[in-house]
Design a protein around this ligand. Structure first.
Ligand SMILES: C[S@@+](CC[C@H](N)C(=O)[O-])C[C@H]1O[C@@H](n2cnc3c(N)ncnc32)[C@H](O)[C@@H]1O
Length: 208
């Protein structure tokens, strides 16, 4: 999967967004995570510095070659062991029930089908395992939601590596059989209105 324009843009913009507050979201996303982690769509490795020492191993799956090369470099300075591999959300290169935690950050906006990706998350999570998510999502009905629909139907996915802004990702997580234990909603950046502004950050478990 190659998105040369978006990949180069994202690798430049991501550190700036992190400085503007996204790093704190990443820290909250990963706080308390432990054991074996699978991170889907790791990008240039923006989360790696935030894994706590209780994490034994991160399998970081990234399909885009430019971003994957950046992720490999980030992995070399990560505080925990990170293995970066090629792969996609709909077919994770991991055994069933092999993960204590699955991490998705800013990626369920881009997968071709959220239900398929979340079924893969179910497959690789051990019973009782946890899904950690940090995603930009659909706005509540209104002007911004309309802008998102238009963006998704026109240039946004082409410019942003297949990203869609008007996805109700919390609903998709619940529909896939997860119970959401924690859910924060916020706008980021807080001082600007953009189609990718509404965010969710939280934790979910498979419903027994
Ligand atoms: C906006 S970037 C986010 C990167 C990283 N997760 C972060 O938080 O900075 C979206 C990422 O999703 C990846 N991606 C897109 N489609 C994917 C798929 N079908 N399976 C796995 N990753 C995918 C992209 O290659 C890219 O790295």
């Amino acid at each position: 999967m190659k998105h040369p324009f978006f990949a180069r843009l994202y690798a430049r913009v991501r550190p700036t967004l992190d400085q503007a507050g996204a790093a704190e979201h990443r820290r909250r996303l990963l706080a308390g995570a432990a054991g074996r982690v699978i991170e889907i769509g790791a990008g240039d490795g923006g989360n790696f510095a935030h894994y706590p020492p209780e994490v034994a191993h991160v399998l970081a799956v990234e399909p885009e070659p430019f971003l994957r090369a950046h992720a490999v470099r980030q992995a070399s300075t990560a505080p925990v062991p990170v293995e970066v591999v090629d792969g996609t959300a709909d077919r994770l290169p991991a055994a069933a029930a092999s993960a204590d935690v699955v991490v998705v950050s800013l990626v369920l906006c881009s997968v071709p089908d959220q239900a398929t990706a979340l079924a893969e998350v179910q497959r690789v999570l051990r019973p009782g395992g946890e899904l950690r998510f940090y995603e930009h999502v659909a706005a509540d009905p209104g002007r911004l939601a309309t802008v998102q629909r238009v963006a998704d139907a026109t240039l946004w996915p082409l410019l942003a590596g297949g990203c869609h802004t008007h996805r109700d990702t919390a609903a998709a997580i619940r529909s896939a059989g997860f119970t959401i234990d924690q859910l924060d909603r916020f706008t980021f950046p807080p001082d600007r209105t953009t189609p990718a502004g509404p965010h969710i950050l939280g934790r979910a478990r498979l419903t027994a």
